[in-house]
Design a protein around this ligand. Structure first.
Ligand SMILES: *Cc1c(COP(=O)(O)O)cnc(C)c1O
Length: 513
């Protein structure tokens, strides 16, 4: 019944319609949320996924990657038979039609064969779904995030007082760190870029980054509004590392041209070649000139956890900001990225609408509402997965992963060098190895490039492994990223042998192309 107040102040009642009452919960919804059903189905899922892991690790399926043509894959999923029969049947089809990263013969992209502990934790956090933007939405993960970012930042070499946030992906993380750097420039100039956008700046801003850097840096500058001119590429040496002499020259040139440097970005390591830029020398240059140093350590910052390899990122602790993907070398599922700042308070620079970032004491800032420092509003319970790794193994497991993957890289490189008529693009510094059969016959440069591409396709079609390709200065290379600690020498030998055995027929088919 609805109550209306009459002018006299007395309540009168009328009842045009009965008060709505709640209908009974449908059977579909009751079943969908049934805990006992969850337990029953969950056991089946666990059995199926365990079986998948067993088969992948035993290399017992024909293929670590089915690699069908996109139209063929599309036709498969358009087939009504492949859309029905419920979740378990679907899971089976998806597993059969996916890359098997746990197969030791998978050496393709920079994606992790997920640590099972992390997958199990993911089930817990998927059910809890305390996606945080503000503290109250996800209290445990907000606090975990704050504590772990300080602890992990220190492990990366950043000084006392560092901190940061977790976000979904290195691309996003790099954008956010560059937003912080841009805001720093605005503060130095005394302009309000939050209000006025890039029009606030009296000069154009640029980043300087290696010509081999990940494309997301260029993309970030375009998103920020600086266009193609926002990225100045620095030359690299023969190992594909940033040439500091050219960096100095480009910094001078930018000053002469009236451009203001937003940041220098060091790559640790580059995606295509696995090259580590000389961060200490770059940091010297940045300190002298008062420029923000950002390190894109999406792939390689994890070497900081390996006593044997952390020299590769010497100087990283001097950076103003560092991005690290936990879903690459560290065994977490995509996506989970840390954006670290040397000064905790700098993590408020990108999105602060008020001047709270000017406060010196980071403890005065509302660190618990992570949404103030991320592009995302709601985000997944990312920190819980990290906390699970820590409590189950400690961070030492990342050092072990790095050591194993990097050793595999060296072993593969040694095999390529030892083989007759094979060549390396460069001595690998990481678990990324670029190589190819040296040109044979009378095929010219372009024809040999096409041969290498065709050879890779032939290997993919065979399905016994997965290798990708890359190109440096017009030369095509095969590219392996050794991400799987279970890969053995025999897998590397088999992969090279297969390429070798396909080469004559591939070359024959190239004739006349
Ligand atoms: C992978 C990678 C990125 C992109 O990270 P995503 O998590 O894939 O968005 C950026 N920079 C480098 C050096 C990378 O290796």
């Amino acid at each position: 019944m609805r109550r209306i107040l009459l002018r006299e102040g007395a309540a009168q009642y009328f009842s045009p319609m009965p008060r709505p009452t709640l209908s009974p919960l449908s059977n579909v919804l009751r079943e969908a949320y049934s805990p006992s059903r969850f337990e029953f189905e969950g056991q089946q899922v666990l059995t199926n996924v365990t079986e998948h892991l067993k088969q992948a690790q035993a290399r017992s399926r024909a293929s670590s990657y089915p690699a069908p043509a996109p139209e063929e894959e599309r036709a498969f999923w358009e087939n009504p038979d492949h859309q029905s029969n419920g979740m378990h049947a679907l899971h089976g089809r998806v597993i059969a039609h996916s890359n098997h990263l746990h197969d030791p013969r998978y050496m393709g992209h920079q994606v992790a064969p997920v640590l099972p502990v992390s997958a199990l934790t993911g089930m817990v956090t998927d059910v809890l779904n305390n996606g945080q933007a503000i503290y109250e939405m996800g209290p445990s993960n907000a606090v975990h995030e704050e504590l772990l970012m300080a602890e992990l930042g220190a492990a990366l070499g950043l000084p006392q007082g560092c901190g940061g946030i977790l976000c979904h992906g290195g691309t996003l993380g790099n954008l956010v760190a560059l937003m912080a750097a841009q805001r720093r420039v605005a503060l130095d100039l005394g302009v309000d870029s939050w209000r006025d956008g890039i029009h606030a700046f009296p000069q154009p801003l640029v980043v300087l980054v290696s010509e081999r850097a990940h494309y997301c840096i260029d993309r970030a500058m375009r998103i920020l509004g600086w266009g193609a001119a926002g990225t100045v590429l620095v030359e690299t040496d023969k190992r594909h590392c940033m040439d500091v002499v050219d960096l100095r020259a480009k910094l001078d040139a930018c000053a002469a041209e009236g451009k203001r440097v937003l940041a220098v970005v060091g790559s640790s390591c580059t995606t295509s070649a696995g090259a580590f830029d000389p961060l200490d020398a770059i940091a010297d240059e940045c300190v002298t000139r008062g420029v923000w140093l950002h390190v894109d350590g999406a792939h390689g910052a994890a070497v900081a956890f390996s006593p044997a390899h952390r020299h590769l990122v010497a100087g990283m602790g001097r950076a103003d900001s560092v991005v690290m993907d936990f879903h690459k070398v560290c065994g977490l599922p995509a996506l989970c990225t840390g954006v670290f700042y040397q000064k905790h308070a700098d993590s408020f620079l990108p999105f602060s609408q008020h001047a709270e970032y000017l406060w010196d004491n980071a403890n005065d800032l509302d660190w618990w509402d992570t949404g103030k420092r991320t592009l995302e509003c709601t985000k997944r319970m990312l920190s819980t997965r990290l906390a699970a790794i820590q409590s189950e193994y400690g961070w030492g497991i990342w050092g072990e992963l790095v050591d194993r993957m990097w050793e595999l890289g060296q072993v593969l490189a040694g095999m390529v060098e030892e083989r007759d008529r094979w060549e390396l693009a460069m001595v690998p510094q990481a678990n990324i190895v670029c190589f190819r059969p040296a040109p044979r016959g009378d095929l010219n440069h372009d024809a040999w490039n096409r041969t290498v591409k065709a050879l890779r396709k032939r290997h993919l079609a065979e399905g016994s492994g997965y290798v990708v390709q890359t190109e440096f200065d017009g030369t095509v290379w095969l590219r392996c990223t050794l991400m799987n600690p279970l890969t053995e020498e025999k897998d590397l030998v088999q992969m090279l042998d297969e390429f070798e055995s396909f080469l004559p027929s591939v070359m024959e088919n190239m004739d006349g192309l």
